[in-house]
Design a protein around this ligand. Structure first.
Ligand SMILES: [Zn+2]
Ligand SMILES: [Zn+2]
Length: 261
């Protein structure tokens, strides 16, 4: 598998990166992990969005799904599609609220929302805790994380290799269980362990750099990739925290980086 970082800026796009989006090549198949602000534009550099085989949405915060509206426009109105889009709606693995949430995001008025459902170009497949599927020639598994809205981590296994993507989550056993023994953990690290000015960070929202390292160590993963760092924090600080807790290889991802899993 190959993981291409399209966007990795936490909580919204920043000056150096779009919001969250990762292209995962699984053999000759292509799966997109999240589609945050600006990630669709970056995807075009690597793959015609018509060539996607599936979209995974970890959760429905805008920095992970705001470009879905643009993807709908692309698939619905492109004048020269390589195949009739309505004949092959794109599978979208996402929390159960995705159809309602993305319809509201796409349709600007109550009149439009009354008739819009996106099902001509997207095929929603709801994810739940302990969800599992054999798709795209890979074994997919999900666990629910801890976040203000329902958010899922994903494990992808193919050809004897494994990747786990945390989505957005606070500290939780489910991520450690899902990531157990994985070759690579792509893990959010949104803030320093101690809040600026001192004291703890908000409970139940995100991981610190230290917590990302602790989860990687507890799961015994082979490599840790830190992501979802907002533009207002110094990535080097969060990297240093993670390295104190995890003695394996750790990197901070950047747009355009490609990782062989
Ligand atoms: Zn986020
Ligand atoms: Zn979020």
């Amino acid at each position: 598998m190959d993981l291409v970082v399209l966007g990795c800026s936490g909580s919204g796009p920043g000056p150096r990166s779009p919001g969250s989006g990762y292209l995962l090549r699984i053999g000759d198949r292509a799966m997109l992990l999240d589609l945050g602000n600006g990630a669709l534009g970056a995807l075009h550099r690597y793959l015609d969005p018509f060539r996607l085989d599936a979209l995974w949405l970890s959760h429905l915060h805008p920095d992970h799904c705001s470009d879905v509206s643009s993807l709908v426009v692309y698939r619905r109105y492109h004048p020269y599609p390589p195949y009739p889009p309505c004949s092959r709606p794109l599978p979208v693995y996402a929390p159960p609220e995705a159809p309602e949430r993305l319809r509201a995001q796409y349709a600007a008025s109550a009149r439009e929302r009354a008739v819009e459902d996106l099902s001509d170009v997207l095929e929603f497949r709801p994810v739940s805790d302990h969800w599992a599927s054999e798709s795209l020639g890979a074994a997919l598994r999900a666990r629910r994380g801890v976040h203000p809205c329902e958010s899922f981590a994903l494990r992808v296994e193919h050809g004897g290799r494994s990747l786990v993507y945390s989505g957005d989550t606070a500290a939780c056993d489910s991520l450690v269980e899902l990531a157990r023994g994985a070759d690579v953990l792509l893990c959010e690290a949104t803030w320093p362990h101690e809040a600026p000015g001192g004291g703890p960070q908000p409970v139940g929202v995100h991981l610190s750099g230290r917590e990302a390292g602790e989860h990687a160590a507890a799961a015994g993963v082979g490599r840790l990739l830190l992501t979802h760092i907002p533009c207002w924090y110094d990535a080097d600080d969060l990297l240093a925290e993670a390295k104190e807790a995890y003695d394996g290889p750790v990197d901070v991802v950047a747009p355009g980086a490609v990782y062989r899993i």
